[in-house]
Design a protein around this ligand. Structure first.
Ligand code: CTP
Ligand code: MN
Ligand code: MN
Length: 510
């Protein structure tokens, strides 16, 4: 117990003599054979390390003197994840994705418990890349965690929802949005790329040294990181959050159907609140904006996963009533494992349908929902798809498939685990739904394009163009060198055509 107390109170002071004894005596029995530990001396010091090693061995842990392939857990003190990765790189050791990099606090808890305790986020120096929401984790597919060069392209990074750099990425997203509102596209993109790259990092940035070697971080971005590290906040972000124009644009664009142009107009006219706009008799609203105001409260409160699943049932029931062989796949944020979204996106495709049957599907579905009283708003966009056309070179081009933007009435009783308290008020909630129909042979491209994130898609296209002389969009992949279309039955095949490692949907949260 004495030794444990010392470990807890950080004994860099002299330890009892017998503790110092090397493992000359018979090694204690190893009780926990699944774990092989190595304790990093750097910043911990040789004395404390020797002490902890001895203590852990007495508790039945297997501790190696040297780092080897058999080590499963590396324990460090006063080192950030990037410090450890850097140390490993200097030693010329590739850390496999199986190697856990842990803070000494984990080892101390193990000592206290007398057995290995569960590793949680607070212990991990490097956040594992497999998403906890992922129903089929395949961590063995991920490349080693070793310090590989981080790519400037989001499609060469794995970005799960485990963002350990929120305090920086939140700040950058505010700034990006503000530059978007001010139509400064270049600066907006720079902040979006910076946020995106930080979201992919398996460690938290704690000092400027951690930013070395990370692409997409220009001087302006770095000075904000530095400010946040030193002062805990950025003056520019604070100013933006208090800026009247930013606040108004944020509020106005939260209405379905209101974009930058309308926001600009209302701001110039002196409007600052939605209630003033709503009740103004001189303003003309589009059909979309009218629906946006009518269902405002429901639409700003995000869609939950349970609601998304209930909408999925509605969509399948309606689609299958007309095309029983159709595949209905949820795309967008929910496919990437998000727990909430601003809408629910679906891709519909049917292997056995003619073009005509395909084209008739959405009108029939809409008609059915109308009769059921579920249709609150819809905008059907007819297909302009031409299978001979080359993919679009524009990174943000809209696709040509037939699609429908809707607001549906979702009854609470259709939602699994729906709150009974909601039953007292409205019996339903308005939900934004996007439906896309694509020809069966284009389903892999459509699925890849509609899964997002937007930043991931942009970088896929940028990568295809600049690194592969290919053009990718939501319909096709074209090889400019060979002058041929490259066909694909699955997303995996598209990544393979592009010479990219496959990135699973839950790793595309760039
Ligand atoms: N998309 C597209 N063409 C459109 C609209 C969207 O290709 N006209 C793609 C975008 O690439 C995006 C995906 O569809 O990544 C989903 O779009 P959206 O619903 O806006 O974003 P989500 O990522 O689903 O985010 P949220 O959870 O907020 O809905
Ligand atoms: Mn979505
Ligand atoms: Mn959408």
């Amino acid at each position: 117990m004495d030794s444990l107390r010392m470990a807890l109170s950080g004994p860099r002071k002299k330890r009892p003599r017998q503790m110092d004894a090397p493992m000359a005596s018979a090694p204690p029995d190893i009780k926990f054979r699944d774990l092989v530990l190595f304790i990093l001396e750097k910043k911990m010091g040789a004395t404390r390390r020797a002490f902890l090693m001895e203590l852990a061995r007495r508790k039945g842990f297997r501790i190696e003197d040297k780092l080897s392939d058999s080590v499963t857990h590396l324990v460090a003190e006063n080192n950030s994840g990037s410090d450890v990765l850097e140390w490993l790189q200097v030693q010329n050791i590739k850390a496999s994705s199986q190697l856990e990099l842990l803070d000494v606090s984990w080892l101390i808890e193990c000592m206290r418990a007398g057995r290995p305790v569960e590793m949680t986020g607070k212990h991990r120096l490097v956040v594992r890349r497999d998403c906890p929401d992922n129903p089929n984790p395949e961590p063995q597919k991920s490349p080693p965690l070793a310090v590989q060069k981080i790519s400037q392209y989001a499609c060469q990074r794995r970005t799960t929802l485990n963002n350990c750099n929120h305090r920086f990425t939140d700040a950058f997203e505010v700034l990006a949005e503000n530059y978007e509102f001010r139509e400064n596209e270049g600066t907006c993109l720079a902040f979006m790329r910076a946020a995106s790259v930080l979201k992919s990092l398996p460690f938290t940035i704690v000092s400027m040294k951690d930013t070395e070697g990370i692409p997409c971080l220009g001087d302006k971005v770095k000075s904000i990181i530095e400010e946040i590290i030193e002062d805990g906040e950025s003056a520019e972000v604070k100013a933006v959050l208090n800026d009247e124009r930013y606040q108004s644009f944020k509020l106005f664009t939260s209405v379905f159907g209101v974009g930058l142009k309308t926001s600009e107009k209302w701001f110039r006219m002196g409007f600052r609140t939605l209630s003033k706009i709503r009740s103004d008799k001189t303003l003309k609203f589009t059909r979309m904006q009218k629906a946006g105001f009518l269902y405002y409260e429901d639409l700003v409160s995000c869609v939950t996963k349970a609601e998304a699943e209930a909408v999925g049932m509605l969509v399948k029931e309606a689609v299958w009533a007309f095309l029983p062989d159709a595949f209905v796949t949820v795309t967008g944020g929910f496919r990437r494992g998000k727990k909430i979204g601003h809408d629910v996106d679906f891709l519909i495709t049917s292997p056995g349908s003619t073009e005509e049957e395909e084209q008739q599907l959405l009108p029939k579905v809409i008609n059915l929902w109308e009769k059921m009283g579920l249709l609150l708003y819809y905008d059907l966009v007819e297909s302009t798809f031409d299978k001979f056309k080359l993919p679009s070179r524009k990174v943000d081009a809209l696709d040509h498939f037939q699609k429908c933007f809707l607001i549906l009435k979702l009854h609470h009783q259709r939602v699994d685990g729906g709150k009974p308290s909601q039953q007292e008020g409205m019996p339903w909630k308005a939900i934004r739904v996007d439906l896309v129909v694509c020809p069966y042979e284009r389903r892999a491209f459509a699925l890849l394009g509609w899964t997002g994130s937007r930043q991931f898609e942009r970088d896929l296209r940028r990568y295809a163009t600049h690194e592969r002389k290919m053009i990718l969009d939501n319909h096709a992949l074209y090889d400019k060198t060979k002058r041929t279309f490259l066909e694909a039955e699955s997303e995996e095949e598209i990544f393979a055509h592009l010479g990219l490692d496959y990135i699973a949907p839950w790793e595309r949260n760039a």
